[in-house]
Design a binder for this molecule. Structure first.
Ligand code: DUC
Ligand code: ZN
Length: 458
């Protein structure tokens, strides 16, 4: 079956150009001027942008946290992903301390295999460091897991400086890349204890106990550890100017540092936590917290200049009932926001349409860079001959309003409720098949495939 996308503008990390796109079965075969006679079917995409399918390299589906489980599992989360133009997700396999990496990987395959509508891969969480974990790393690469994650906060998952150093050193020798959640756990604990003693237990205490400089401190410490280990690192969900300054310092020293941010840090601000209505404030609780408005422009500018490489979502959804667990104790609010369904339209609307970034930057941040960073390029992240025909058809004139009730995610609120988009996703194609049309998901059964990934080439 040969499908011709006729009359559109194909977007890449280098810019956008008017071109037709010919797809044969699952693959792109030609980009350029193509005669209609060469196709079995023609899709008229006049006036639309064609992006390579978006990659969300930071999701948490079917994850047990805070004595509950995320509202979205692989089934619901990946349907939401497709609706948002995300044709590939990379989720975090997360063994508990004491369990093997292989146990964690098998568990994540059991959660995802046969249950996922988009293509998917896994990062592996390292929350323990010992000889047997070290010895398991090679087997992870052999099974297509080339990226890892460590936490500098959350007692159940964090690793200390020594173990982080050893793990980074080992990963470097194997050609792996590691994302790190940077926040200073000890001081945050101290500040939480002070809030508890003062009886200040509303969601407004959440951002106050996790200030930007304690994220920056952890970024700085991580980067000195990475310098010692001579290892590249990814700072995941970076939120603020001070943390970014630490990255710039490390780069000036010659270190390789990749940075991810998320839509919530680009579009929302911390005033949300000070809403008197608990159920509104609690829905925005995530870690690191959403910051003061002034940080947003710093992040947009860094994206434009190439200081931030990727935008993922940290999709970690909980229903309002689940969020209720923290009434009277903000530390019991399960942390995380839904986001996988809205990222593309939000970044186009708040970024490209507002001229904060160009189409090239959007394409790099949502598709090309995550593909390169996480070993999927050029199969994913670009529309060129030989790549998977994962295509987002974006109609810049199809404005609409984001509403939770229209979304596929298994959550009863949307952090961007009422946001008027600039344009919208008309269709999504996954490996040569139309899977979303005007917001309707066409696949009745999950048909996503596991992606064994190679090494970072960014
Ligand atoms: N932060 C969250 O808010 N939720 C999940 C994990 C994380 O790092
Ligand atoms: Zn996360």
């Amino acid at each position: 079956m040969r499908t011709l996308f006729k009359g559109g503008t194909v977007v890449s990390g280098n810019g956008a150009k008017r071109a037709d796109l010919l797809v044969e079965n699952e693959k792109v075969v030609k980009v350029g001027r193509i005669l209609t006679a060469r196709a079995d079917r023609i899709v008229d995409v006049e006036g639309c942008l064609l992006f390579p399918g978006f990659i969300d390299a930071h999701t948490h589906f079917d994850l047990d946290v805070c004595n509950t489980t995320t509202a979205d599992n692989f089934y619901t989360g990946s349907r939401a992903a497709l609706r948002g133009g995300t044709t590939t997700i990379i989720d975090f396999a997360c063994p508990n301390k004491g369990e093997s990496l292989q146990y964690g990987l098998d568990l994540w395959h059991r959660k995802a295999d046969g249950n996922t509508f988009c293509d998917y891969g896994f990062h592996m969480t390292i929350d323990d460091w010992n000889e047997s974990i070290r010895a398991e790393l090679k087997a992870m690469f052999a099974q297509g897991v080339s990226s890892f994650k460590m936490y500098m906060t959350y007692p159940a998952m964090m690793v200390g400086d020594r173990d982080m150093y050893w793990a980074l050193k080992e990963l470097r020798s194997l050609g792996g890349i590691c994302g790190v959640h940077c926040e200073n756990a000890g001081v945050i604990d101290g500040m939480i204890a002070e809030k508890k003693a003062a009886g200040e237990m509303a969601p407004s205490s959440h951002p106050l106990t996790r200030p930007p400089h304690l994220e920056a401190e952890a970024v700085s410490r991580l980067l000195r550890i990475a310098q010692t280990a001579d290892a590249p690192v990814v700072i995941v969900h970076l939120t603020n100017a001070e943390a970014l300054l630490e990255v710039e310092r490390a780069r000036k020293r010659g270190q390789t540092v990749y940075v991810e941010t998320c839509p919530q840090y680009l579009l929302l601000d911390e005033s949300l936590y000070f809403n008197e209505d608990y159920s509104i404030a609690a829905r925005y609780v995530c870690a690191p917290p959403i910051r003061a408005k002034a940080h947003q422009d710093v992040l947009w500018n860094a994206l434009r200049r190439g200081g931030i490489q990727t935008i993922s979502t940290d999709h970690c959804s909980f229903t309002l009932t689940q969020k209720d667990a923290g009434r009277g104790d903000f530390t019991a609010i399960p942390g995380g926001l839904p986001g996988v369904e809205t990222r593309g339209e939000l970044i186009y609307s708040a970024g490209v349409a507002q001229k904060k970034i160009g189409l090239d930057v959007m394409c790099r941040a949502l598709s090309e860079n995550p593909a390169k960073l996480y070993g999927l390029f050029p199969r994913k992240g670009i529309l060129k001959p030989g790549s998977d025909a994962d295509i987002v058809i974006y109609d810049p004139s199809a404005h609409h309003v984001i509403r939770a009730e229209d979304c596929a995610a298994n959550v009863d609120y949307n952090p961007y409720e009422g946001f008027v988009t600039f344009g919208g996703i008309r269709e999504v194609w996954l490996r040569g098949r139309r899977v979303v049309e005007h917001g309707s998901i066409l696949d009745a059964e999950p048909r996503g495939t596991y992606l064994a990934r190679g090494k970072c080439i960014l």
